[in-house]
Ligand binder design. Structure first.
Ligand code: ARG
Length: 458
């Protein structure tokens, strides 16, 4: 057991207590950020004449050595230390002796861990953002390639009106775009440095907190030392944003599972992104989409878990807060994995355009347009709705589509119908006449694609 305290204790820590308390098994994940934070702290201490230049150089060199050895794999982070902070400090003292004992001057593990976790998540937010950007590139490509891939749009999972695959994919483009904006908001709000807050009440040393913040690329310092060590809002916000990303991925996954089913066959997932059955030789299952859908629960769980952990904690730091780490790490890794796999899956899936178009043609997705045709010929919409309802009933009885009715059959129900009804309810017309911004018509979609291309440039 290697711990940073013990002076006031007369007994060894019970081994079970030690194990229960220790965090090294997971906080080793931010060894890099811990060292980075210590380096900034030491530079600031020297600038303020709390450490000598020589001590600073010695410590920086020692820390750089630890970082290098860990990255090379010659120094292993083992469970013999209580946490990553103890590991680094003990190693530093081993390497450089007495100067190493000055590293922790004007610092507590409370502000240290608050800093480390912020530095770690800040890096991860950027990585997740980059993954989302990659996913958006794929979605935009699918949009560009499928401006006239007609398919039914659904409400209640019932065929509603014809759209295009570009339009459907475009809905997800907007969702993931908002997800990136949310991450940006979180980044901006969290980007204040907590170091220098001490255990809870600041320190008596003349620290230059602004300088430390600047060295670590923060926009400034936090303004209340109690809040600095007790704030995990940014993690809750992040977990909420990650949950929303997963919710979007899960909805898209659900649709792909449906589209990939034998009944729909709108898409076919690539062999590389499908799995087989151990017993049924014919099976090709969409396991990746199912796993993405399934892992959504786990990320929601992290959010609820942290909210619950935080709700009863009196100011300032309490050990409960150590629970923030495993679940945040797990949620981040889960989301990163899911975005990457999902991107690969939709980037390689094959679209079955005939099936989609055929499905759009059946199911009366052009019924609204038939009603609009009557409205354009002077019939009030409510009456038009009734007339087309009768047309649909007639078709269902005869097992035909609206396009397959003869003009005589149309006119028997309403004399307003003329030869141009066929043109007015063709799939192409139904889609292309929808030209307002946000609608599926090619013209409107092209404008949206152009805007989104611009957006992806910065
Ligand atoms: N492992 C602790 C955590 O993750 C670090 C802070 C420990 N502070 C303390 N006073 N024991 O929260």
């Amino acid at each position: 057991m290697a711990q940073l305290w013990g002076g006031r204790f007369t007994k060894e820590t019970d081994q079970l207590v030690y194990n229960f308390n220790a965090s090294i098994s997971f906080d080793r994940k931010f060894y890099r950020q811990d060292i980075q934070g210590s380096m900034a702290h030491v530079r600031m201490l020297a600038k303020q004449n709390i450490l000598t230049e020589e001590e600073k150089e010695q410590i920086l060199e020692g820390l750089a050595g630890i970082l290098e050895d860990v990255e090379k794999g010659t120094l292993e982070i083992t469970d013999e230390y209580e946490d990553i902070h103890s590991f680094v400090e003990a190693n530093l003292i081993d390497r450089i002796g007495d100067a190493g004992k000055k590293l922790h001057t004007g610092r507590s593990r409370n502000d240290q861990v608050a800093l480390d976790m912020k530095l770690y998540t800040r890096d991860e937010v950027l990585e997740i953002d980059a993954l989302l950007k990659g996913l958006l590139e794929t979605i935009l490509r699918l949009m560009e390639e499928n401006l006239d891939t007609y398919m039914p749009g659904f409400t209640h999972l019932q065929k509603a009106q014809p759209i295009t695959f570009a339009h459907h994919a475009g809905a997800y483009f907007e969702m993931f775009k908002r997800d990136r904006q949310r991450l940006g908001d979180i980044y901006r709000r969290m980007n204040l440095c907590p170091l220098g807050s001490g255990a809870l009440a600041g320190t008596t040393y003349p620290l230059d907190r602004e300088y430390t913040a600047e060295l670590l690329n923060f926009d400034g310092t936090t303004l209340n030392s109690m809040d600095s060590v007790a704030d995990r809002d940014y993690l809750i916000e992040l977990l909420s944003a990650l949950s929303t990303i997963m919710m979007h991925l899960s909805r898209f996954s659900e649709e792909i599972i449906i589209w990939n089913s034998n009944e729909y066959q709108f898409v076919e997932l690539d062999d590389a992104y499908s799995t087989g059955s151990s017993i049924m030789p014919q099976k090709k299952n969409p396991d990746i989409a199912e796993l993405v859908r399934g892992k959504t629960g786990r990320v929601y769980g992290a959010l609820i878990s942290l909210l619950t952990t935080m709700k009863g904690i009196p100011l300032a730091y309490n050990k409960d807060m150590q629970e923030d780490k495993e679940l945040t790490f797990d949620a981040i890794d889960t989301v990163k994995g899911c975005i990457a796999l999902f991107n690969g899956m939709i980037g390689t899936m094959k679209l079955n355009r005939e099936r989609m178009e055929g499905s759009a043609k059946n199911g009366f997705t052009n019924a609204t347009d038939a009603a609009d045709y009557l409205v354009n010929h002077g019939i009030p919409f409510r009456d038009a709705h009734g007339i087309v309802g009768r047309l649909v009933l007639y078709c269902i009885e005869k097992n035909i589509s609206l396009d397959e009715m003869t003009l005589e059959e149309y006119q028997a129900i309403s004399p307003v119908f003329q030869e141009d009804i066929y043109e007015a309810i063709s799939l192409k017309t139904c889609v292309e006449k929808r030209t307002t911004i946000g609608a599926p018509g090619r013209e409107a979609m092209s404008r949206v694609i152009e805007k989104n291309r611009e957006y992806l440039k910065d």
